[in-house]
Design a protein around this ligand. Structure first.
Ligand SMILES: [Zn+2]
Ligand SMILES: [Zn+2]
Ligand SMILES: [Zn+2]
Length: 147
């Protein structure tokens, strides 16, 4: 689905990650890099547990801290509905609101930039006197290959 040239996509994502860290004067440490590379190795979401198996990390706190960092800086997203993480494919955009199409069968996720339409959701929240802090749309279903 979606990604035809994943090798190129991976290279670009790592380059973007390096640039973004540099821009914000953060260090792209070995553990951060390892976690990011594991996430971008596919467009599937990984739970923290799967991630640790993948990188054979024996020290969970390091992985959790790296995940926290990547999520904060916008290089990764936490997908609440399945409690898993994916690498962001729009990391070049500072703040963005995304629609995530989540395949519940294979956990492949497509991230669509929803920033322009998001005002509809935020306005309706404001009408209910609710202050939105974070808006992400998670759509659960089946990807093209799992249908
Ligand atoms: Zn790709
Ligand atoms: Zn994103
Ligand atoms: Zn699928």
């Amino acid at each position: 689905m979606g990604c035809q040239q994943h090798h190129q996509c991976e290279i670009e994502a790592v380059q973007t990650a390096e640039m973004l860290c540099e821009k914000h004067s953060h260090r792209f440490t070995e553990s951060r890099r390892q976690v990011f590379e594991a996430l971008i190795s596919s467009h599937k979401a990984l739970t923290a547990k799967e991630l640790m198996q993948f990188i054979e990390n024996k020290q969970p706190p390091i992985t959790y801290r790296a995940l926290e960092f990547l999520t904060e800086i916008g290089l990764a997203h936490h997908i609440s509905s399945i409690n898993a993480y994916i690498a962001c494919t729009h990391a070049h955009k500072e703040a963005h609101i995304s629609e995530f199409l989540i395949c519940t069968n294979c956990h492949e996720i497509k991230e669509i930039d929803f920033s322009e339409q998001a005002s509809i959701i935020e306005n309706s929240a404001k009408k209910s006197n609710f202050k939105p802090l974070e808006t992400n749309i998670e759509v659960l279903g089946l990807c093209a290959s799992c249908q």
